[in-house]
Design a protein around this ligand. Structure first.
Ligand code: ACO
Length: 328
């Protein structure tokens, strides 16, 4: 497609549930230690949503804050995308529920299900609609309530995940904005992380519940190996297409799956660790919401200034991956 308009971020917002679950708390639930979790993952605590707080509630809070930041109202929005693997329900799409909660117009609203790469896929899709002149303003929200698909008796996974939401309003800009997008997927490795039941392959049944098939199943060590290569390669593709070198990037804002993965990615890219934005210590892995929340924090915390080039980089279940270079 021939882009006709530059597309940038007009505002951002995030929402994190109040409840903190620390590694010490987890020591009381499964056979683990704060020391193991900290050294193997970098995580110290994660946020857990209230029972009555669904993904759409967190998404709506983040969206309201992003709209306020952009000085726009729900009436200005022409497209709503929610990236999530923990929708309120199979259908209607969480994006439709958010549209209603926001009081937005009857604009297109749909979900994107590519796990941790969701925020980047969402930004990439919205960018196309705005660049082509089809829509002016899009809301891209990444929201997850992973605590509902976590097996709290499985120490291999339950220490990793958390809940939260981040959002961005996109629109036309005079200069800068999203400069390059690189997306990919490899369905052959889909078995490495999945939620097996509840769909048409294994519909919900007494047995599927007893067998705990409604929880995340993950081959952590295999994923680890793929993650480092995938994230580094995606980042290099997105920068190379612009003729940029790693040192031209002010800050890399990655999906926060594991501190050791991020340190290995930095090394592979020839970057010092201070160029990688990290918040995994506070929130764990929030799937699609991880890179969104990190992006919002980096902006609000002054880590990015106008004119800086920033790289968003993620990988996730599917397997999927995505990298975006943007000028803030
Ligand atoms: N506490 C204590 N011991 C544990 C825990 C725990 N919470 N979890 C696992 N162990 C044990 C294992 O049982 C194993 O023991 P054994 O040697 O007696 O069998 C030992 O620790 C080592 O296990 P490994 O799985 O080899 O540990 P590893 O160093 O690979 O770390 C981890 C595991 C943290 C899961 C790591 O592999 C990882 O982060 N992988 C990537 C995961 C990832 O990116 N997932 C998300 C991608 S997609 C998405 O985000 C939706």
């Amino acid at each position: 497609m021939c882009d006709t308009k530059k597309v940038g971020i007009l505002g951002v917002g995030m929402y994190l549930p109040e409840k903190r679950l620390t590694n010490k708390d987890l020591e009381k639930i499964v056979d683990t230690t704060d020391e193991w979790i900290t050294t193997r993952t970098g995580i110290k605590e994660r946020r857990i949503a209230r029972e009555d707080e669904a993904t759409s509630d967190m998404a709506t809070m983040a969206a309201k804050r992003a709209l306020e930041d952009a000085k726009l109202t729900p009436a200005d929005i022409d497209l709503i995308i929610v990236a999530t693997i923990t929708p309120d329900m199979f259908f209607p799409a969480t994006a439709c529920i958010v549209q209603d909660k926001l009081g937005a117009r009857q604009v297109p609203a749909f979900d994107v299900s590519v796990a941790c790469s969701g925020f980047i896929y969402g930004l990439a899709i919205a960018k196309q609609f705005i660049a082509s002149g089809t829509y002016k303003h899009a809301l891209v929200i990444a929201a997850e309530k992973l605590s509902t698909i976590t097996d709290w008796s499985d120490r291999n996974t339950c220490v990793l995940f958390g809940d939260g939401a981040g959002a961005a309003v996109l629109g036309p800009v005079e200069k800068g904005g999203i400069l390059s997008v690189h997306l990919g997927a490899n369905g052959k490795q889909g078995e490495l992380i999945k939620l097996p039941a509840g769909g048409s392959r294994i519909p919900a049944s007494k047995k599927s519940v007893e067998d705990k098939l409604h929880f995340i199943k993950m081959n952590g060590s295999e994923l680890f190996k793929h993650a480092v290569k995938i994230m580094a390669d995606a980042a290099l593709e997105a920068t190379k297409s612009l003729g940029l070198k790693a040192e031209d990037i002010k800050l890399v804002i990655p999906h926060q799956a594991n501190l050791r993965i991020l340190n290995a990615v930095a090394k592979r890219m020839g970057l010092t660790e201070d160029k990688i934005y990290l918040n995994i210590e506070k929130y764990g892995n929030m799937s699609a919401a991880s890179s969104a929340v990190a992006f919002v924090e980096a902006i609000k915390g002054g880590r990015i200034k106008r004119g800086d080039k920033v790289l968003l980089d993620a990988f996730g279940g599917g397997l999927t991956w995505g990298a975006i270079v943007l000028e803030w």
